[in-house]
Ligand binder design. Sequence first.
Ligand SMILES: [Fe+2]
Length: 203
Amino acid sequence: MYKKIDLDYSSLEPYIDNETLNIHYNKHYLKYLDNLNKLLNSVDYDYKYSLKELVKNINIIPEDIRGEVLYNAGGVLNHELYFSTLNTRGKKEVSGNFKEAIDKKYGSFNNFMMEFMKSANKLKGSGFTYLVLNNNELDIINLSNQETPYIYDMIPLIALDMWEHAYYLKYQNNKEQYIKNFFSIIDFNKIEDIYDKEIQKNK
Ligand SMILES: [Fe+2]
């Protein structure tokens, strides 16, 4: 069975209300995980891959449930990145190698934030806005529903959940403010760790 990740913080107030966070984690994220394990158990999958590797090797899953497995696996991976990189007390500025890469690609951290927010505001329907590593280059992309960048050989570094369940209770139709506030809850320590590890791997 793939195991859940625990939230290592108690609250993201006032940016994300506790009710939204609890429903999001307990009902949405854990449901994707439960669906995924049930589907995989139904075909006696042996859990030999990490979840990221399973997505890249999705052809080992029987065709009739492959789409469902991919959808739920994406749901798990996307939410795990989203939840594990949020913390109101985390680092809010970038530094080190990651800052260099941001400056090189976007000119400045501020420009990067503007580009990221612009992309998130453009997303239609449900999906995620990501900062990804694509052939070791940073890129901002939108994907629909629970698609994961791993299926396109990209590594997500930041995932912003743009499904209405992520913000609607508090923000209603004001998704612009939710997007802006994301930069008050994201922990760049976590993002820089992921970036450094991935860059190291590809050297
Ligand atoms: Fe979500």
